[in-house]
Ligand binder design. Structure first.
Ligand code: CP3
Length: 344
């Protein structure tokens, strides 16, 4: 579908704070192991192999759109794809997440990063986005990892509960830290610009683990790098979504970084989140993904509370507060989309 015809898609209208034909909904991690058709695809190929094979990545992106009837597709890829393409050894361990061969520990490790050249380094991502833009009749969301969250994987070597090594590098070697975040910002910005050029209609910056930081540390050590990414996208006219988990105390700063839409997890009611961001910034969220494992009457009641907390504000995209959990019954998500669509 030509980009011009998508301009009035409910998802894009909600991102801009405009009333729409129906309330828009999509789900973070809508592609993946909650879907039997995804598990069938994944039996044939590993994660990186799927991402590098446009035919498979296109199919994994389309599966949840067909199944759930969501208002947006999200590119099938991962936040560590650009740094992996630059030669950082990374494994995506099922049930764990990204695991790094040789974690970043000092200034010398900065030499392992160079600027991303999307056409050379991630041509398969560009090809996948192009094919999707031609095929989809809903907007495609491109995405990248925010510098802090990607840095956290590189420094910790894998998922981390306390992000202690990351925080000590940040405070002990602020110059190394800043250089690392600037390099990662340039890499994510290049990846996002390439996705938009290839046909993505919106972008989401995932700073999944930024909620581990104090507002003061976020402002000093993280916000400037993320703000450079948003500034680099400002002239493209595509909505910029900024998401993290447990970021209740950071919502205002995450908007200040340059987002048009701020993602909210389930810990903060939307009505409170609304007061923490400037007027004109839209919200995305925020049903607790764990609730989706409960019986349908519970899911319906909790989703209705989310809608009530938004109070009919046009600048709201319904989503979960974090990604779909693998044990979710896909039929629950189909019913949830129907409920949200019928809600206004
Ligand atoms: O449907 C979608 O959301 C699109 C694709 C997508 C994936 N990863 C595919 C994936 C997106 C948007 C991501 C982003 C991502 N990756 C984030 C930010 C979102 C978030 O959850 O906060 C993060 C932190 C990562 C890092 C990462 N990669 C994790 C934590 C995992 C999960 C490990 C697991 O198995 O639970 C991965 C692997 C991964 N990325 C899978 C998928 C579908 C599972 C891979 C598999 O099939 O084994």
């Amino acid at each position: 579908v030509p980009v011009a015809q998508l301009a009035d898609a409910p998802f894009l209208r909600a991102c801009r704070g405009e009333p729409a034909a129906h309330k828009a909904v999509w789900f973070m991690r809508q592609a993946g192991r909650a879907l039997p058709e995804y598990r069938a695809l994944r039996e044939k190929a590993g994660m990186f192999e799927m991402i590098r094979t446009p035919e498979l990545a296109v199919e994994a992106t389309l599966q949840p759109v067909r199944r759930y009837g969501v208002d947006a597709a999200i590119l099938f890829s991962d936040i560590v794809v650009p740094v992996e393409a630059l030669g950082i050894g990374i494994e995506l361990k099922p049930g764990v997440g990204p695991v790094i061969d040789q974690p970043f520990r000092s200034a010398a490790d900065l030499r392992r990063l160079r600027p991303l050249e999307p056409e050379q380094d991630i041509p398969y991502v560009i090809e996948t986005v192009r094919a999707l833009a031609a095929e989809l009749d809903v907007p495609l969301i491109g995405f990248a990892g925010a510098p802090f969250t990607v840095a956290s994987y590189l420094v910790e070597g894998g998922p981390s509960r306390d992000h202690a090594r990351t925080k000590s590098l940040m405070h002990d070697e602020p110059e190394t830290w800043r250089a690392l975040l600037d390099a990662l910002a340039d890499i994510s910005l290049a990846a996002l610009l390439a996705q938009v050029a290839a046909g993505a209609s919106a972008v989401q910056l995932f700073d999944s683990w930024a909620g581990a930081l104090t507002p003061a540390d976020y402002r000093e050590f993280v916000l400037p790098a993320s703000a450079r990414i948003f500034a680099g996208l400002a002239d493209l006219g595509v909505p910029r979504i900024h998401f993290g988990v447990a970021t209740g105390e950071l919502l205002g700063l995450m908007a200040e970084a340059g987002a048009d839409v701020v993602g909210v997890d389930w810990r903060v009611p939307l009505a409170d989140a609304r007061r923490r961001v400037p007027d004109g910034v839209a919200l995305q969220g925020n049903l607790d993904p764990s609730i989706c494992l409960a019986s349908w009457p519970v899911v319906a009641a909790e989703a209705t509370k989310v809608l009530a907390s938004n109070g009919g504000h046009p600048g709201h995209v319904f989503n979960l507060g974090h990604g779909v959990l693998p044990d979710t019954d896909p039929d629950t998500l189909t019913r949830l989309v129907e409920l949200v669509h019928a809600s206004q």
